[in-house]
Design a protein around this ligand. Sequence first.
Ligand SMILES: Nc1ncnc2c1ncn2[C@@H]1O[C@H](COP(=O)(O)OP(=O)(O)OP(=O)(O)O)[C@@H](O)[C@H]1O
Ligand SMILES: [Mg+2]
Length: 263
Amino acid sequence: MSTDTHAPFDKKPGSPRGTGELIRLEQVTKRFGNHTVLDHLDFSVDAGKHVTLIGPSGSGKTTILRLLMTLLKPDEGTITVDGEQLFPAPEKQVREVRKKIGMVFQQFNLFPNMTVLRNITEAPVTVLGMSRDAAEERARELLEMVGLTDHVDKHPAQLSGGQQQRVAIARALAMRPQVLLLDEVTSALDPELVAGVLDVLRDIARSTDITMLCVTHEMNFARDISDQVLMFDQGRIIEAGAPEKIFSEPEHDRTREFLSAVL
Ligand SMILES: Nc1ncnc2c1ncn2[C@@H]1O[C@H](COP(=O)(O)OP(=O)(O)OP(=O)(O)O)[C@@H](O)[C@H]1O
Ligand SMILES: [Mg+2]
């Protein structure tokens, strides 16, 4: 963990965080009943990279994020994070590796009975064993970053959807994850609130070296922040490449068809 208590997270220059592969899925298969949702999937994400998953509804994007969050277990294959196996692995190892990963969901899932500040400090205190003072100091830095310094003592129900989602982003970052998983985090928002949340994410992508794995239908955002775009169809990656390539010269008919429907 960084010793610089003033930085909300590890900044790009001089960061101790490594390069090279951070996430690896090998031959990962996930079935629900006799429906194969992910079919011997292989892919890896290098540390610090921003990878966007696109593809039609039901193609398995959320399933991948849920596997990484250990909300689901694969039927076959291995998942490795930062050189340590997340699956298969003993429960204790799963708990440790799992701390490297944070997730923000479409439905913000904030704790409704806690203030904004408490929503952010709760896990660092109870899971990481941070002192409440240190957790609050960090929470205030994160709230400043997401533009919510005036709302620390409010409860989620007193905030707009966009504000709640920015709290959820701050809450995920408070755990200092190495990987941030984002699953359609603006899809439940009123249109006028989307830009504020995307701006916060652009800022995080630009100013930190956190690895991002992002499912989004916001193609301009994906184009801006992504190092790589993976196009999914029926549980397989059918095309992968830089955003300029995938969005401007897709090779696969299925990708072209999908993009013409969403762009
Ligand atoms: N818990 C579950 N039980 C049974 N089937 C499931 C479950 N979760 C997902 N599925 C099925 O797995 C497939 C992939 O779902 P997933 O949520 O990963 O798709 P997605 O690519 O995220 O789609 P969307 O763009 O609509 O969010 C779908 O056919 C879905 O119905
Ligand atoms: Mg989904």
